[in-house]
Design a protein around this ligand. Structure first.
Ligand SMILES: *Cc1c(COP(=O)(O)O)cnc(C)c1O
Length: 225
């Protein structure tokens, strides 16, 4: 199956309210252009340098999402153009994004990443820490960053019930935050679901799935990693 065929088949089966982020990390610009010509405009990358290069070379109409772990000292490189940063997991990072947003005279959209998996994941907030942050005056003073939703990754397992439970937890964090802390209309997104588990994520209320291999094929980590 070609990239175009994969993309059109997947888009066709996604519910209307679920956005597709085509995860193009490690893939060449020709692959992205194939998807772009098939009508897709939203792409996700997880390395800053690779993202900056691709942004420079590819059509400016593309909406770039950063889906990896973002180091504070690299925010400045993507701040001028990034559409959404999926994996924010510290106040320090939020403050830097706010600072770079102000410098670029824009408000940068972010998602808070939550630790929902069984595994010892390296990144993501635990609920209590995130809720404490959301209540802090310091968070509330950040004017050039909008937290527009939440993001999480489920355990890599073939136990569907476990995955469903983890996605349901993320959805419940979203609902609680919307009710108690971020009541603005822009708080709308639940980024959950990758190639292996996006159908389960949609069942539990995902609004944004991040799909790489099911569109572009398996990845080889030679060029950028
Ligand atoms: C690589 C990656 C994806 C896409 O993974 P696939 O299994 O290829 O769909 C989604 N989300 C994040 C955070 C990733 O790093």
């Amino acid at each position: 199956m070609s990239i175009t065929e994969n993309l059109l088949r997947i888009k066709n089966e996604l519910p209307k309210n679920v956005q597709l982020v085509a995860v193009s990390k490690t893939k060449p610009e020709t692959d992205i252009m194939e998807a772009y010509k098939a009508g897709h405009k939203i792409f996700g990358e997880n390395k800053v340098q690779e993202l900056v290069d691709k942004h420079e070379h590819l059509p400016k109409e593309i909406e770039w999402h950063f889906i990896g772990h973002l180091q504070t000292n690299k925010v400045k490189y993507i701040a001028p153009f990034i559409h959404l940063i999926h994996g924010v997991d510290s106040l320090k990072l939020l403050k830097e994004i706010n600072k770079q947003g102000a410098k670029n005279k824009r408000t940068i959209n972010c998602l808070l990443q939550f630790h929902i998996a069984n595994e010892k994941a390296k990144f993501g907030f635990y609920k209590d820490d995130a809720f404490e942050l959301l209540q802090s005056a310091e968070f509330q003073s950040l004017k050039n960053v909008h937290v527009v939703g939440v993001m999480g990754m489920a355990t890599y397992t073939d136990d569907d019930n476990l995955i469903l439970k983890e996605f349901a937890n993320l959805k419940s964090y979203f609902s609680e935050i919307k009710e108690k802390f971020i009541t603005q209309d822009y708080f709308t997104e639940i980024s959950m679901g990758m190639s292996a588990d996006y159908k389960l994520a949609i069942k539990e209320g995902s609004t944004m799935v991040r799909l790489g291999s099911s569109i572009f094929g398996i990845r080889f980590y030679s060029k950028f990693n």
